[in-house]
Design a protein around this ligand. Structure first.
Ligand code: IPM
Ligand code: MG
Length: 355
């Protein structure tokens, strides 16, 4: 089993190091190969997704990814910015199904900005389509406005679009995920305004006929944003497009107390996947040794489960994480009164001790 390790920028290298440490502490040894990506890729070879990095990602059984991005690259042309690395990997490897679980650990209810009774026991799963939508739709760019009130003025434009097979495949993934959980699926769209969304909704309804055991409901994205803070526990699985999923998954993550706790998986149709924390590169705290490595460690657990078929090892890591929380270990983002405040490396050590 070969794992491509792509630490990236900001806190990426620090947190990935801890996840690698945890993987190396398991009984089974994996072949780990590291390569630069994002700003680090740009520094190494002039492109955020160097060819050798992409080749490694393609040849590996799974990819463990840190985070990309740093303000110092903001002035680069779009094609060279660090974000293009993750977008490129998702597209080149056809990682269309993004799983973003939002779980509120009992020990961390106090860390949420919402009242404890609203978030305690929260366990929702956002399934975000990752290969289409306005993120990748062509045409896009800058042009002279061809019509309307501002005809002739400069305008920026993007295209929201979804092809039927694209919606069908994410629908199946989401229904199957719901079957393994509470069997409730909420499809989030903006069908009251957007053609793409009405099309999405019609297909969701069609696919639902193959999953009579799953209860499908629909919600407009603005309402979903509101319900997520009002009554988040009413959700089980949420399926949505790339753009809405980007926004709602950050919102859902924050319900749990810290985005520093949440892993994610991006899978292709054969369950090969890229695993990364839901959070970003946090350049403001990079190198300080205070970042929370748990989201990345939990991403490694998801990798063992979904792509490497090592369910038992995945369980071991997840149990170890729960144990360190019970023992009171906390990084800066999740500090609570009377906790044992630790840095990135100590948190990794605590997980290994708990293993
Ligand atoms: C995410 C991030 C990315 C996205 C960025 C870094 C391109 O926000 O994974 O949610 O927008 O998908
Ligand atoms: Mg995002």
């Amino acid at each position: 089993m070969k794992i491509a390790v792509l630490p990236g920028d900001g806190i990426g290298p620090e947190i990935v190091k801890e996840a690698v440490k945890v993987l190396n502490a398991l009984d089974e040894k994996f072949e780990l190969e590291e390569a630069p990506v994002g700003g680090a890729g740009y520094e190494a070879s002039g492109h955020p997704l160097p060819e050798a990095t992409l080749a490694l990602a393609k040849s590996a059984d799974a990819i463990l990814f840190g985070a990309v991005g740093d303000w110092k690259y903001d002035s680069l042309e779009r094609a060279l910015r660090p974000e293009q690395a993750i977008l490129g990997l998702r597209k080149h490897l056809e990682l269309f199904a993004n799983f973003r679980p939002a779980i509120c650990y009992p020990q961390l209810t106090g860390a949420s900005s919402l009242k404890a009774e609203i978030v305690s026991g929260l366990d929702i799963l956002i399934v975000r389509e990752l290969n289409g939508d306005i993120y990748f739709g062509q045409p896009r760019g800058l042009r002279e406005s061809p019509d309307g009130l501002f005809k002739g003025a400069r305008e920026g434009f993007d295209t929201m679009r979804y092809a039927e097979p694209e919606v069908r495949r994410i629908a199946h993934v989401a229904f199957q995920a719901a079957q393994k959980r509470q069997k409730k699926l909420t499809s989030v769209d903006k069908a009251n305004v957007l053609e793409t969304s009405q099309f999405w909704r019609d297909i969701m309804i069609d696919v639902s006929k193959e999953y009579p055991d799953v209860e499908l409901s629909h919600m407009y994205v603005d309402n979903a944003a509101m319900q997520l803070v009002k009554a988040p526990k009413a959700f089980d699985v949420v399926v949505t497009g790339n753009m809405f999923g980007d926004i709602l998954s950050d919102e859902a993550a924050m319900l749990t107390g810290s985005i520093g706790m949440l892993p994610s998986a991006s899978l292709d149709k054969n369950n090969k996947g890229l695993y990364e924390p839901s959070h970003g590169s946090a350049p403001d705290i990079a190198g300080k040794g205070i970042a929370n490595p748990l989201a990345t460690i939990l991403s490694a657990a998801m990798m063992l489960r979904y792509s490497l078929g090592r369910e038992e090892q995945a369980d071991r890591i997840e149990t170890a994480v729960k144990k360190v929380l019970e023992q009171g270990y906390r990084t800066a983002d999740i500090v609570t009164p009377d906790c044992k405040r630790v840095g990135t490396v100590e948190m990794g050590d605590a997980v290994i001790a708990a293993l």
